[in-house]
Design a protein around this ligand. Sequence first.
Ligand code: ATP
Length: 224
Amino acid sequence: MVRGDFRLLADIDVQSKSRVAVIGPSGGGKSTLLNTVAGFLQPASGRIEIAGEDVTQAAPAARNLTMVFQDNNLFPHLTLAQNTGLGIAPNLRLNAAQKDRVSAVLARVGLEGKEASLPPDLSGGQQSRAALARALLRGRPLLLLDEPFAALGPALRLEMLDLVAEICAEEAITLLMITHAPEDALRICPQTLLVADGTVEGPQDTGALLADPPESLRSYLGAR
Ligand SMILES: Nc1ncnc2c1ncn2[C@@H]1O[C@H](COP(=O)(O)OP(=O)(O)OP(=O)(O)O)[C@@H](O)[C@H]1O
């Protein structure tokens, strides 16, 4: 993957249904990696397979995944039901069954009865839940999270992390999650990809990696 002068080399294999953190120094290429998997960036060479299917040339919407960004991407003028419904009906014409699915997924993330609310009237945590609901409604087996909970306070962040882990287990979803917080990785991701010095390494055991971090991670973590 190439972005300006930046090059990232990745030769990785993530097991289906695993939960994998993506960590490493700022500017190391974590977002570049996820954006390339999602199809927003094209690799300079090589290929990307999802569930055995070569998706290297596929448009982002045609890839069997969903991605949640840090800003949550909620439209302020649309209700929660509409924002969530965009996950399955981009024209917002939902039939009765689809509306029921929207309500069910909102309830699953703790937003029962909030269908008519507008995002500006919700707390940060509720907005994160709504973004997660929209992603889940798409029913894709691969979930990419680019620091979606970074703006939340510690307690709320942990709550969201646990919700993500629970839902991934329930729905057999594979998770790739960028985080700057090692404790987040330890909490819900048994494995970790280390993105540093222009390469992606792993997946490796999160506990072992953080207990004895390599030099590239050591200064970033503030370890001695
Ligand atoms: N649009 C762009 N054009 C050119 N170079 C870019 C662009 N976006 C990012 N880069 C470069 O690519 C490199 C990797 O950026 P990336 O955002 O993937 O890192 P990151 O690990 O996600 O960083 P952070 O933790 O700070 O979000 C950086 O060195 C950055 O300068």
